[in-house]
Design a protein around this ligand. Structure first.
Ligand code: GTP
Ligand code: IMP
Ligand code: MG
Length: 391
């Protein structure tokens, strides 16, 4: 049985926590798109685990973790994570994964620097040589040298530092030795798991509102974040997907540039950021803060066929226009229609039943459910693994 977990806003909805929680019931947790631009934070027994590439199922010793072909891999980041966890016999990496090489990062940064005030806010984790090429070192050296020499010309023209081919290759040779034992035919592994009726959790990164096609490009991430990416990014046929869980935070955050129609400025923005600890897991940047935008969430649910909602972090005019018809210029100008709710101050982190929640909190959740015409199946009441209410 295949379940997909995706973010419905602009990322950082708390997907990592939810995947960790649900992975105790899963045989496999699979990353299928994006790269280490993702940053998932899991908190177990007060210890924080920041993950960028290894799937968020790694803290459950029985769960196997797969990095499927749709993920792009920075060898340095991956080896650091491999050293942090007990991954022997539990981590499988597709040889179809593209590599992020030193020249991608240098070019991403150099291009972003030339954009000046029009920066996209990219996480600079920016790809054609695949892991497959690492298996034949001589051929890899040839391809890498050829590509780097071309990219060095561009870097030089942009006034950026060039890549030292020899030094870069020495480093990659070391990283390669750590990674190669985990390289596997993840396509066959997952097809086999499906035929044996195993439980597979597909771990989305980023979120629908950053999708490369369906968000207001160019303020998008480089990959498709909607469930269609499960097919292209892991080879799992669409009709094998049983559930699509959309994770949505009780408010909104966004890192980097791009329109955020319900953005809050001033004291309240700072208050929510501090309370919600809204600082990027990947870059440490303060996240921008906004009210929950149900029009955006409705669009995200529709385009991705969400079947269940997971709500996290609940502690805490004019002409109508639809998200599907808006580009980034229209979105930057529109005025949202707000509906006000009374808040709550009680500590809800230990509550286990929906009806224990403050009345005002229940009303807020009822409204979201009704507006989106979807059921809520999980409510996260804090960052720790056990802080949740199952419905
Ligand atoms: P991306 O893949 O980068 O989009 O991230 P993500 O969706 O995995 O979320 P990330 O872990 O970056 O950010 C969520 C933050 O909120 C983390 O620090 C979590 O520990 C924390 N968190 C998750 N759920 C809750 C919750 O219900 N309440 C509170 N207060 N914090 C939560
Ligand atoms: P890129 O994916 O690094 O190209 O960045 C494009 C935009 O998406 C930037 O605004 C990033 O801050 C944002 N972004 C990329 N990945 C994530 C993520 O996992 N969570 C939140 N924002 C992200
Ligand atoms: Mg994150």
């Amino acid at each position: 049985m295949v379940s997909v977990i995706i973010g419905l806003q602009w990322g950082d909805e708390g997907k990592g926590k939810i995947v960790d929680l649900l992975s105790s019931q899963a045989d496999f947790v699979v990353r299928f798109h994006g790269g280490n631009n993702a940053g998932h934070t899991i908190v177990v027994n007060n210890k924080k685990y920041p993950l960028h590439l290894i799937p968020s199922g790694i803290l459950n010793p029985k769960t196997k973790c797969v990095i499927a072909n749709g993920v792009i891999i920075d060898l340095e980041v991956l080896t650091e994570e491999i050293k942090m966890f007990d991954v022997k016999g539990r981590l499988f990496i597709s040889d179809r994964c593209h590599l992020i090489l030193p020249y991608h990062k240098a070019l991403d940064r150099a291009l972003e620097n030339t954009r000046g005030k029009d920066k996209l806010g990219t996480t600079a984790r920016g790809n054609g040589i695949r892991i497959y090429e690492l298996k034949n070192w001589d051929l890899f050296v040839e391809k890498f040298t050829f590509q780097t020499n071309i990219k060095n010309k561009i870097l030089k023209a942009l006034g950026a530092e060039e890549i030292n081919v020899k030094k870069a290759l020495e480093k990659i040779a070391d990283l390669r030795k750590i990674i190669l034992p985990y390289v596997a035919d993840t396509y066959a592994l997952l097809q086999n798991a499906i035929s044996e009726n195993k439980k597979i959790l597909m771990e989305g990164a980023q979120a629908v509102m950053l999708d490369n096609d369906f968000s207001p490009y160019p303020f998008s991430t480089a990959s498709n974040t909607i469930p269609g990416a499960v097919n292209t990014g892991a080879g799992i046929p669409i009709q094998k997907i049983e559930d699509i869980l959309g994770v949505v935070k009780a408010y909104t955050s966004r890192v980097g540039a791009g329109p955020l129609p319900t953005e809050i400025h001033g004291d309240l923005e700072d208050q929510i950021r501090e309370k919600g600890k809204e600082y990027g897991t990947t870059t440490g940047r303060p996240r921008r803060i906004g009210w929950l935008d149900l029009e955006a969430t409705k669009f995200a649910c529709q385009v991705s066929g969400v079947t269940d909602l997971v709500i996290t972090k609940i502690k805490l005019n004019g002409e109508s226009i639809s998200y599907s018809s808006c580009g980034y210029q229209e979105l930057a100008k529109l005025t949202p229609v707000y509906k006000e709710f009374t808040g709550w101050k009680e500590d809800i982190s230990q509550m286990k039943k929906f009806h224990d929640l403050p009345q005002t909190c229940q009303e807020y959740l009822h409204f979201i459910k009704k507006f989106l015409s979807l059921k809520i199946s999980l409510i996260s009441t804090g960052p720790q693994r056990e802080e949740y209410i199952k419905l």
